[in-house]
Design a protein around this ligand. Structure first.
Ligand code: UD1
Length: 336
């Protein structure tokens, strides 16, 4: 059985769907700190399958132990964690406490129940600002620009040290690039609390009339049109990446393995705006503003290691990403 922590969140819910579609038995743990209980029904609707759910905070060791006691868990996919970059700068203690304590409690409980396989959601941000693009897994990790990213970096190290100490422990570090899009059913997707920080949810809310104008953070970068370039990846492709990583981990020797999950293709902010407008027949009102502090001009993945070793490659393109984002967002923001 696979434990999915944070399984009602954006990436967690899409991964839960793919696991269930594969016939895996899963148990989801979430405390709805940044998600809603309706997601559980949506996962059931999409897959037609049942699964176990516990409303538990992974920092609550006693309750988490109960989950392990009541289920035969052989691997964990850990999505639980805070992820808002701006908030992490304002409230570093909250971020370090939650994200680091969360993994430590989880590892303690896993050890107690002899569960020795974990997949961890890391981020391309760990490559920092100095590495050449495209980013390769063997590059050194670098100084991060915000506490959120630093929690990811620290947790990577915690997991590496755990593998050094326990020769039977298996870890898959998956470094995500920029996940966007939604499940094609439109039943699950990204629904951030408050004003979105990230580009795609912001665009979706402008298109839906919920927000007025998109700020494009700088058009004087050294990129082809001056705006920032990122490796956007469809969240369903990303979710399938976890299925492949899980299969691979089952057949691997112990130790840490690291994979980029990206497409290898970079799109600029203007590319995204133009494609979104074309695909959805909407108009995105935008203006060029100052650069956002901490942003990098351009990065994208070298995604060849995952293709070679996991047999995984993103197949959904930018048109699918825009269409599926809109399919979810228009239901969400325009019907109620
Ligand atoms: C951000 C986080 C990163 C995190 C990732 C999760 C920062 C500095 N980095 O990545 O740590 O892992 O989200 O998905 O926040 N943009 C605009 N206007 C907007 C929003 C964004 O022009 O309103 C631009 C940005 O300048 C950037 C691109 O769009 O060039 C993508 O931004 P975003 O979606 O926030 O992702 P990242 O900054 O790459």
């Amino acid at each position: 059985m696979v434990l999915v922590t944070g399984g009602t969140g954006y990436i967690g819910s899409h991964t839960a769907v793919e696991l269930l579609k594969q016939g895996e038995e899963i148990v989801i743990v979430d405390n709805f700190s940044n998600s809603k209980p309706e997601v559980l029904d949506a996962i059931k609707d999409i897959t037609g399958r049942e699964f176990k759910f516990y409303n538990v905070d992974i920092l609550d060791k006693q309750s988490l132990s109960k989950v392990f006691k009541e289920n035969k868990i052989d691997s964990v996919i850990n999505f639980a964690g805070f992820k808002a970059v701006g908030e992490s700068v304002k409230e570093p203690i909250k971020y370090y406490y939650n994200n680091i304590t969360g993994i430590l409690v989880l590892l303690q409980v896993m050890r107690e129940f002899d569960c020795k396989s974990i997949i961890f959601s890391s981020t391309a941000t760990v490559y920092g600002e100095k590495n050449p693009i495209p980013y390769k897994e063997e590059y050194p990790v670098a100084i991060t620009t915000n506490p959120y990213a630093t929690t990811k970096l620290f947790i990577e190290q915690i997991l590496k040290d755990t593998c050094i100490a326990d020769k039977n422990f298996k870890v898959m570090l998956l470094r995500y690039f920029n996940p966007i899009g939604a499940h094609e059913s439109g039943k699950i997707g990204e629904d951030p609390n408050g004003i979105p920080n990230n580009l795609m949810p912001y665009i979706a809310q402008v298109a839906a009339g919920k927000l007025k104008t998109l700020n494009v953070f700088g058009n004087d970068y050294e990129t082809r049109d001056g705006t920032g370039v990122r490796d956007y990846i469809h969240v369903v492709d990303l979710a399938i990446g976890h299925i492949k990583a899980l299969e691979h981990m089952k057949n691997s020797n112990a130790g840490v393995q690291t994979y980029n999950l990206g497409t290898g293709i970079g799109y600029s902010v203007l590319d995204i705006i133009n494609t979104f407008e074309k695909v959805t027949a909407t108009k995105i009102d935008y203006k060029i503003t100052e650069r956002r502090p901490g942003d990098i001009a351009e990065f994208y993945a070298d995604a060849s290691k995952a293709e070679r070793e996991l047999g995984w490659k993103a197949t959904r393109g930018i048109i699918d990403m825009c269409r599926d984002t809109w399919n979810f967002a228009k239901n969400k923001y325009m019907n109620n």
